[in-house]
Design a protein around this ligand. Structure first.
Ligand code: M6R
Length: 609
């Protein structure tokens, strides 16, 4: 949560910082600010609201030529979104300004410590203790002040720091929160994520855990915790900068929905050789290791967890072993049963989700074999896993995930097929059939995306509803979890996903005249039962939208509206079913005038507990 940026160079820092913050706004958007340093003083400009509000304030008040500064876009954790709680925080002496992403867990204790030594505080934030603490230790040497302060910090942090006495340098460090360094020509950058600086440089590296970097216009010096200088290999980012722009679409979300055929193809195709064999490129986990696995645990948060729930059904069928999906925030604290025969699959788009990172560490501590499925290259989760499978989905900017979800699912399925083949739990014919199915998913998603009008029509009928229930059985139930999250997070309509068989154990009392029920009916073995469930809710006045297979000729007789997925196999259906429901959520939110890419109270990357 929160985005931080920093610039040091020979250009005016203000427009560069504002532009970079706009690219990070997906990380948090309740307040924003910048700090600029020149001629031994620091100027702060900050406000509650969006970067656009900050821009207005700066354009009204500021004429400056500063070439060094830091910036922040906030997702509030401690203290309400307000002008005063916004970052940057300037120490009371005016000597140190700080932007922070993360949480300082012991900030109350540190506050008391500093208050007893004459420091005072004006905000409710945990972050303000960092600027005061550094100021407390500062006696002319910025690096040692930062390092001394760091020894007292508990929690997670990516910090950008400027000192009034050193107007030509910027210091940054991190622990458990992401930070990348951009290396330019006569200018250097820090940022929480790559798109923020792509306009200026494509040469980047990720700062390692507890590393500290001192940046000037011409130098980038990285130090480890022993104070030794270390070198980082620079990665050249070859994405098209347009990949992180809206490209003519109204929102990133619809652009990313439309990118799914391409994203899934990029994830699957390079992993299938010309003979149809799957190549995962594992280096540390051998085929023998995979043969000896006797249980699988999948752990993740939010939509990535939903991928895990869908995959659980598939992997269990393929491998005939116990497969569980558990929320990372639960897994990390539940003393999970994991040993060296357990494969732990960790799923994360950002690769930075804190609960997921700690779940991964818990799994490793217990000796589990860890494979992560990650989108952001070289992120913390990728770096700490034994093996990483990258979803080559490209940057995902919208807070509501779509293409990352779809690519994660096919990648876990690919892993499942690979293991099933190794272990002989399915025939080679079945392997060929499944691989062929995965290869067809991109063109089938493209087919679905050609007909958005029918989804727009349904959206226009129901966008004003208050509650929506998503029902499904087996894999359709797993899919309904994601469909329901998609709708509620961006449209603010209350929605719930329910296992259809569970309905009569309580939920059916909520169904009344006009309640919208979306029934997922793609799982063929239980279609009849779903039809009975539809009849039950219809009898109580529900309006039913049913998502069905191409050849289903029964459900249309009981539902009010039918959405058909293309003709496909079972494994394809699990990928195709979500797409119309992503579209439905998008068009409903759009008709309600919601801020689709930045839903209230949310952020793209949850780097706090
Ligand atoms: O970056 P991650 O995949 O680890 O993020 C996990 C969840 O926060 C994320 O999937 C969230 O639920 C989605 N943004 C919802 O659309």
């Amino acid at each position: 949560m929160c985005g931080i940026v920093g610039y040091v160079g020979d250009k005016k820092a203000t427009p560069i910082l504002l532009n970079a913050l706009e690219k990070l706004e997906y990380r948090g958007y309740d307040s924003a600010g910048i700090a600029l340093v020149s001629e031994n003083s620091i100027a702060i400009h900050k406000t509650r609201g969006r970067i656009a509000d900050l821009r207005c304030i700066i354009e009204r008040d500021l004429v400056d030529d500063c070439t060094v500064g830091i910036g922040h876009t906030r997702w509030a954790t401690h203290g309400e979104p307000s002008d005063v709680n916004s970052h940057p925080h300037l120490s009371k002496s005016g000597r140190v300004a700080v932007v922070h992403n993360g949480i300082i867990e012991n900030y109350i204790e540190l506050k008391h410590h500093l208050e007893s030594r004459g420091h005072s505080f004006s905000t409710e934030t945990d972050s303000e203790v960092v600027s005061e603490l550094i100021d407390y230790f500062y006696n002319g040497d910025p690096v040692s002040a930062v390092r001394e302060a760091e020894t007292m910090l508990k929690g997670s942090y990516a910090l950008g720091i400027i000192f009034a006495d050193f107007p030509e340098q910027l210091i940054a460090l991190r622990k458990d929160s992401p930070l990348i360094i951009g290396v330019g020509n006569g200018e250097n950058f820090i940022a929480s994520d790559i798109p923020a600086i792509l306009k200026h440089t494509r040469n980047v590296f990720r700062l390692g855990e507890r590393e500290l970097v001192v940046l000037t216009a011409k130098r980038v010096n990285v130090f480890n915790t022993y104070g030794e200088r270390i070198e980082h290999q620079i990665t050249h980012i070859d994405w098209d900068a347009a990949a992180a722009e809206k490209g003519g679409y109204a929102h990133f979300m619809i652009k990313e929905i439309m990118e799914q055929p391409d994203a899934v193809a990029k994830t699957v195709a390079p992993r299938i050789d010309e003979c149809g064999n799957i190549e995962l490129g594992f280096k540390n986990i051998t085929d023998d290791d995979l043969r000896s696995i006797n249980s699988i645990k999948i752990t993740a948060c939010g939509s990535a967890y939903h991928v895990g729930v869908v995959a659980k059904y598939f992997l269990k069928n393929m491998l005939g072993i116990s497969v569980e999906a558990e929320l990372a925030s639960e897994f990390r604290y539940c003393d999970p049963i994991v040993d060296d025969k357990t494969l732990v699959i960790v799923i994360s788009q950002s690769g930075e989700t804190l609960d997921t990172l700690y779940a991964l560490r818990e799994a490793k501590n217990k000796g589990g074999r860890v494979v992560s499925v990650v989108n952001v290259v070289a992120s913390a989760i990728a770096n700490e896993s034994e093996e990483v499978l990258y979803t080559w989905a490209g940057p995902e900017i919208s807070v509501a995930t779509t293409k990352a979800y779809s690519t994660q699912l096919v990648l876990v399925e690919l892993l499942g097929i690979y293991m099933a083949k190794l272990r002989g739990s399915i025939s080679s014919e079945k392997v060929c059939e499944l691989v062929g199915s995965l290869q067809r998913i991109p063109s089938n998603i493209a087919l679905e995306l050609r007909d958005v009008q029918s989804i727009q029509y349904i959206a226009s009928l129901y966008f004003n509803c208050q509650d929506v229930f998503f029902l499904g059985r087996n894999i359709d139930y797993a899919l309904s979890l994601e469909a329901s999250l998609k709708l509620k997070e961006i449209s603010y309509i209350h929605s719930e996903a329910y296992a259809a068989g569970e309905l009569k154990h309580g939920t059916i009392s909520l169904i009344e005249e006009g309640t919208v029920v979306i029934a997922l009916c793609t799982y063929r073995p239980l279609l009849e039962k779903m039809i009975s469930n539809i009849k039950e809710v219809k009898a109580r006045g529900a309006k039913v939208i049913a998502l069905v297979n191409a050849d289903d000729d029964q459900t249309q007789n009981v539902a009010d509206h039918i959405i058909r997925i293309p003709a496909c196999s079972e494994i394809e259906a699990s990928s195709l079913a979500i797409v119309p429901l992503q579209l439905l959520a998008y068009y409903i939110a759009s008709l309600r005038g919601c801020d689709i890419d930045k839903p209230r109270n949310l952020a793209k990357s949850v780097t706090v507990e």
